[in-house]
Design a protein around this ligand. Sequence first.
Ligand SMILES: [Zn+2]
Length: 202
Amino acid sequence: MVRIGAHVDQDDPLAHAAAREAEVVQFFLGDPQGFKGPVMPESADAIRESDVQVFVHAPYLINVATTNNRIRIPSRKLLEGQLKAAAELGATGLIVHGGHLNKGEDPQKGFDNWGKVFERMDCPIPVLIENTAGGDNAMTRHLDTIARLWDAVTAKAREPEKIGFCLDTCHAHAAGENLEGIVDRVMAITGRIDPGPLQRLA
Ligand SMILES: [Zn+2]
């Protein structure tokens, strides 16, 4: 059975889930546009004990692919902190955008940087890399780069079973990907670790 849910506000995720009869929710832990560490919701205990399945979305600014150290290094730290916090909350996975390089840079550098993340980072719960809508040199805008990214991350990972994918169909459409059969085409690249919920992003 496919579970259906929504992206909800982090102020009271369970109340928002109940209002929508959602079986699964996604929310942020803190400012989605900031570089500060995660903020736990006040209802963390209740969330942990609840039957509602939880996914946490990492801040948008995270870009572990970039060649710019001043963004990549804090991004890795933030990703790790978010992953820990999401695990403490009993989340099923942490969703993070694939990131991008600057125009003209060799995309392989970005795939390699992603590989290094999983070479080093402990993953208490799965990291679900999400496809993005735009960008000239984005890691996960198109299926061909997703396939190259997957080769890089699964080759280096200590725990490859902790790497998953979150398909945002809105982003895929905006990126110009054909949505016909896209779930199967993506899963042929990334495999599957969970009978995934449909998530709708605002
Ligand atoms: Zn997203």
